[in-house]
Design a protein around this ligand. Structure first.
Ligand code: NAP
Length: 270
């Protein structure tokens, strides 16, 4: 284990665990507004798409202070080893709120390495008057409580639909930003690869087109993806809302201003 030493602000290296638009903003912020060296790490699940995104980013920014890496670290031990050999001074976990494993690993690994961890999460969505949300702990529970023979829209990401295979009485509209191998999908699934609409009316049109009578989503937070919830409210559709997984405690922020403050408080800025 590396002893926790005061970080030399101007020579620090920050590892950003990415996979979200927020991670990209954080990297831009770190490179543009601080003198820190930054490494962004992606799981690599998007394959060449991920590489392409990163390449553009590197070209846009001061490449000498930005490095990137792809692929898992090999569990907690692998991450501890990476933090040590790369002389990382702090980790910012900007992975998705539902990426439970890597967040738990980052927590344990930074403890072992004796360096600070900051988690950057979008604020959760809150229901308001007119919403008909049923909150569940996970996707399995979501699949269980769907009404019989319903036409559900699944806005849960492209890799999380397995739990719904058992509901062959229902019709599913799976919308995802990334591609899905449609040959893997059961016959009662329709997949569309698309970004969320820009306005609630676009989301409503999609729901009407497919005769959606219920929406299933994860409480990921975010403005653009909130519009489907506005659409469901207008259409008076029930929503099955999957809660975020519980994560071990660490410092958490949800804005770049708060991140700036945290860097200050942890001795990364003069
Ligand atoms: P996960 O279950 O928490 O992680 C599985 C494994 O993938 C981790 O143990 C780690 O492998 C590797 N990994 C994950 N994120 C990594 C990163 N940023 N850099 C290096 N390795 C990483 O993650 P997931 O839910 O499959 O999500 C994978 C990625 O997609 C995450 O980076 C996440 O931010 C992004 N994402 C997830 C969702 C979602 O709904 N889950 C939605 C949008 C984007 P090792 O143990 O070998 O280190």
């Amino acid at each position: 284990m590396r002893l926790k030493t005061p970080v030399n602000a101007w020579n620090g290296t920050v590892l950003v665990l990415g996979g979200t638009p927020e991670a990209r903003q954080i990297v831009k912020f770190l490179i543009g507004r601080t003198p820190l060296k930054t490494i962004i790490s992606l799981a690599g699940v998007l394959g060449n798409d991920a590489k392409q995104v990163l390449r553009q980013q590197v070209e846009l920014m001061a490449a000498d202070r930005l490095a990137y890496r792809l692929g898992g670290f090999g569990g907690i031990d692998g991450l501890v080893n990476y933090l040590d050999t790369t002389q990382v001074s702090a980790v910012i976990d900007a992975t998705h709120a539902f990426a439970r494993q890597i967040s738990a690993n980052a927590h344990e690994a930074t403890l072992r390495a004796g360096i600070p961890l900051l988690r950057y999460l979008r604020p959760q969505w809150q229901s308001i008057e007119g919403d008909q949300w049923k909150t569940v702990r996970d996707l399995k529970e979501a699949a269980k409580i769907l009404p019989p023979n319903c036409h559900a829209m699944l806005a849960i990401g492209r890799m999380s639909y397995d739990s719904f295979r058992s509901r062959d009485d229902c019709q599913f509209l799976l919308r995802s930003i990334g591609p899905v191998d449609s040959s893997e999908l059961p016959g009662n699934f329709t997949h569309i690869q698309a970004m969320p609409g820009h306005v609630p009316e676009e989301e409503m049109a999609l729901m009407k087109q497919f005769g959606v009578d219920c929406l299933v989503t994860k409480n990921s937070g975010g403005d653009r993806s909130y519009l489907k919830l506005v659409a469901a409210r207008y259409l008076r559709l029930p929503v099955v809302m999957v809660e975020r997984p519980e994560l071990p405690y660490c410092a958490e922020v949800s804005s770049l201003n708060e991140l700036d403050l945290w860097l200050d408080q942890n001795g990364f800025k003069m």
